[in-house]
Design a protein around this ligand. Structure first.
Ligand SMILES: Nc1ncnc2c1ncn2[C@@H]1O[C@H](COP(=O)(O)OP(=O)(O)OP(=O)(O)O)[C@@H](O)[C@H]1O
Length: 242
């Protein structure tokens, strides 16, 4: 694992718990990651989205800690979590309806003055987005919106991009684009945490796969191991997930 700063992992999650009212959904999630791609897989309703929402500050935690490069980020407001370097690409959300792709990226570029990630660099990563420059958010397909959301995260200098079910509802060719983008991001030093129900997509994005069961990380496998072992798939993911 690539370490960061003074020996601290990029992301350290320790005993993170959260829920809705009296019901606990996340029940002590713990793991560490460096500058790498890591997947979180698991059946429906195991707490994956709740974990993402808690990590990025949309939902308060009831116990535990989260540190990014050694600095606590749990229970900060979502804007402060984002400013500290964790970007969220949420599940199936329609974003940025009024601006065109180009206007949106230009506005962020002015705000962020990021030297490595400019709108041009984002268009290089996602040529399809360049073709859609003049289109408004409402005209973009789900996959194009995911690309725009990733581009936005890069311009804002994210160190870790959290993606909730990025492959859901996307055509296979668009999933391919996202898979190769995830690999390039890691090469560029941006870590990716990807929640997926689609094991095939997850395994192509990340070698390390954490399995969430009832609000905890119960096991870790490589993507290839999970793909090869139908016993693990039926135990942890439900039939037919792969
Ligand atoms: N806003 C909410 N209020 C109350 N309970 C919720 C809320 N959102 C999720 N839950 C419950 O929390 C549990 C975990 O849901 P979560 O969406 O985190 O699971 P998941 O693993 O992401 O599954 P899915 O892929 O279906 O979204 C479920 O039992 C769900 O009913």
């Amino acid at each position: 694992m690539t370490m960061n700063g003074a020996g601290a992992p990029l992301l350290a999650v320790d005993g993170l718990s959260a829920g809705y009212g009296a019901s606990t959904v996340l029940d002590g999630v713990s793991f560490r990651m460096g500058v790498e791609a890591v997947g979180i897989v698991g059946r429906n309703g195991m707490g994956k989205t709740t974990f993402c929402d808690t990590l990025v500050g949309f939902l308060p935690s009831s116990a535990g800690q989260v540190s990014l490069r050694g600095r606590r980020v749990d229970n900060l407001a979502p804007e402060r979590v984002a400013r500290s370097g964790i970007a969220y690409v949420p599940q199936g959300r329609r974003l940025f309806l009024s601006l065109t792709v180009d206007e949106h990226l230009a506005m962020l570029a002015r705000r962020a003055r990021n030297k490595r990630w400019t709108p041009e660099a984002v268009y290089e990563l996602f040529p399809r987005l360049a073709e859609r420059k003049k289109h408004g958010g409402a005209d973009l397909s789900g996959g194009e919106q995911q690309m725009l959301a990733v581009g936005r995260a890069l311009l804002l200098n994210a160190r870790l991009i959290v993606m909730d079910e990025p492959s859901e509802g996307l055509a296979p060719t668009i999933v391919d684009v996202l898979v190769s983008a995830v690999r390039q991001l890691v090469d560029e030093g941006v870590a990716v945490l990807v929640v997926e129900q689609n094991l095939r997509a997850a395994a192509r994005m990340a070698n390390r796969q954490l399995v969430m069961v009832s609000g905890r990380i119960e096991a870790e496998f490589t993507g290839d191991e999970l793909l090869a072992r139908t016993d693990l798939q039926s135990k942890y993911l439900g039939v037919g997930t792969a």
